[in-house]
Design a protein around this ligand. Sequence first.
Ligand code: MG
Length: 214
Amino acid sequence: MYTDCVIGKEYFYEVIEKIAGLIEEKRDYLTELDAAIGDADHGFNMSIGFREVLKKMPEWKDKDIKGFFRSVGMTLLGKVGGASGPLYGSFFMKFGEPGSGKNEVTFQELFEMFKQAVQAVEQRGKAAVGEKTMVDALRPALNAFEQAVEQNLQPKQVMEAFVDAARQGANSTIEMIAKKGRAMRLGERSKGHLDPGATSATMILEVFLECFPY
Ligand SMILES: [Mg+2]
């Protein structure tokens, strides 16, 4: 299954370039979301990190998929402030691992990439679904990917299910009481607000769909 679906590294370059553009575009929106329940720096922090990624990307063109994402992750880790730096840093570093020594991956390997990335965020953040974090977008998205593969859906449909689940998961954070991060201190008052991390995570996954070549 999915043997015809091979994804080259140019896809991953395009995805990262577009994510960087989108983060810039949504910077103020993400910061506004963070102002409501956090410390009003999420968009700003993400923008600093992705600007640096964009600047350095040309130096990474010859790396394999693992090496490319290791560089993306290390850059975000070093540049993005707050909790998001280590979380997105881990996400992208782990994401690349199944691409060791490769310039293209199979669709099955792409699933493995997302799986390792999501697990890395869960472990690093010690977070689970229902705590009003980026895991509320990432975990349902990953589960939907896996289910869609079990149902033998076409790759594009799998990616759509993946992103739909992330969007629903992000929306579900509005009604949640935060159990992690600064928002936790607000208790009940964290209710009624979209989680900024779940929102940026969903935006990132949307780009993976938007650029998907099948
Ligand atoms: Mg913040």
